[in-house]
Design a protein around this ligand. Structure first.
Ligand code: HEM
Length: 355
């Protein structure tokens, strides 16, 4: 299961992070722009949705179990104790901040909240490790500045999708920036691999994390492509048709940073998987269940929040895009709950999730 390392991982060092020029200004401008866009989206529905990953496809509960036999470089932080078992909540969604038609190809997201985590936390008083993944190994706008520029393009062209696409495509980095929808097949959400894209502290090292389908039957769901004959919310139906009477299993994998050529400050650069493969550290098991009851949908879409900075200090989110996320999820998440006049929650126990 756990491939032998090809190269030794680089040690953690405090200077692995480099604050970028004008970073604080880029972060402020980005959040302000997303706030305004979010307000325009609210006005379409008279309901607050997430600024990204607005449309959910399923919400599941289950467990994460750390592998027993991890070598020292992988047995770090959340994964330090072999056999440790935690409850989890998992939400599947599409990257867009709009309630898009599922037939439109786009990156999909998987959010994982791991409960009852012990150790020094980034936010004192929290007890979960929140891990957020997308279906690409890289984040095309890989710096806070580029993410801000993309947010401002989305805001400027809010009512004209074609003009927005044209403005992005006309940039010198247009090819990379438009890769969201090109690089991943539009298939069953439980068949994708999902990646943190950005880097994280990993105890003595630095790593990216990913989550892969873990049974041949689940991988084979990739053959179920979404086409023009499908319903506009087919992804929810696909998730439901699998999880109602089958177990869903994911393999959590870690890619250790083994070379200076694997940047921390630019999440648009893929770390060479032939030099440092993703290696298995834990299994997520989600028993058969109904993933989209009205009570569960309302709880997860309106009240629940995943926060990349809720986690162990040893898994500190790294790079300017991750530093941008610290205030962004707080402020934009509160905008969502304020608009809906509901009390937000980051949850303390899996039992808060309604059936
Ligand atoms: C680095 C790679 C990133 C990944 C893998 C990622 C993934 C995700 C996922 C899966 C969600 C859905 C969370 C949920 O289910 O509640 C989400 C939400 C969100 N993301 Fe990201 N994201 C990334 C970067 C960013 C950046 C740079 C920003 C900048 C502002 C951002 C802003 C947001 C916001 C505002 C939400 C909604 C928060 C809420 O309303 O609670 N993300 N992201």
């Amino acid at each position: 299961m756990t491939d032998a390392p090809t190269t030794r991982p680089l040690p953690w060092s405090d200077d692995v992070e480099q604050i970028q020029p004008d970073e604080a200004e880029h972060i402020r401008r980005c959040i302000d722009s997303m706030h305004r866009t979010n307000a325009m989206t609210f006005d379409l529905h008279r309901h607050g949705v997430r600024a990204t990953h607005a449309k959910s496809h399923g919400i599941l509960r289950g467990t994460l179990t750390v592998h027993d036999d991890l070598p020292p470089e992988l047995a770090q932080g959340l994964f330090a104790t072999g056999g440790a078992r935690h409850d989890v909540v998992l939400r599947l969604a599409t990257e867009s901040g709009q309630l898009d038609d599922d037939r439109k190809p786009n990156a999909r997201g998987l959010s994982l909240k791991v409960f009852d985590v012990a150790g020094e936390m980034l936010e004192p008083g929290t007890t979960t490790q929140d891990l957020l993944f997308n279906t690409l190994p890289i984040l095309p706008p890989g710096t806070a500045q580029k993410f801000m520029e993309l947010a401002e393009i989305r805001e400027r062209n809010f009512s004209d999708e074609n003009a927005m696409a044209a403005e992005v495509a006309a940039r010198p980095d247009g090819q990379t920036m438009t890769s969201f929808s090109r690089l991943v097949g539009n298939v069953h959400p439980l068949a994708h691999a999902y990646y943190t894209q950005g880097a994280f502290g990993y105890g003595d090292h630095v790593a990216k994390i990913a989550i892969y389908p873990d049974t041949a039957e689940q991988e084979a769901l990739a053959e179920r492509t979404v086409g023009e004959d499908d319903d506009s919310s087919v992804l929810r139906a696909l998730v439901e048709s699998w999880t109602t009477d089958r177990e869903t299993v994911f393999d959590v994998r870690v890619q250790l940073r083994t070379s200076e050529s694997m940047p921390v400050e630019d999440a648009s650069v893929d770390w060479d998987q032939s030099e440092s493969p993703y290696r298995s550290v834990a299994t997520v098991r989600l028993p058969p269940q109904q993933p989209y009851s009205n009570a569960r949908r309302v709880f997860a879409d309106d009240r629940l929040a995943f926060r990349p900075w809720h986690g162990l200090a040893t898994h500190r989110p790294l790079g300017s895009v991750n530093r941008l996320r610290r205030a962004a999820y707080e402020e934009l998440g509160h905008q969502r709950t304020d608009l809906n006049a509901v009390e937000g929650t980051t949850m303390r126990s899996v039992d808060e999730l309604p059936d």
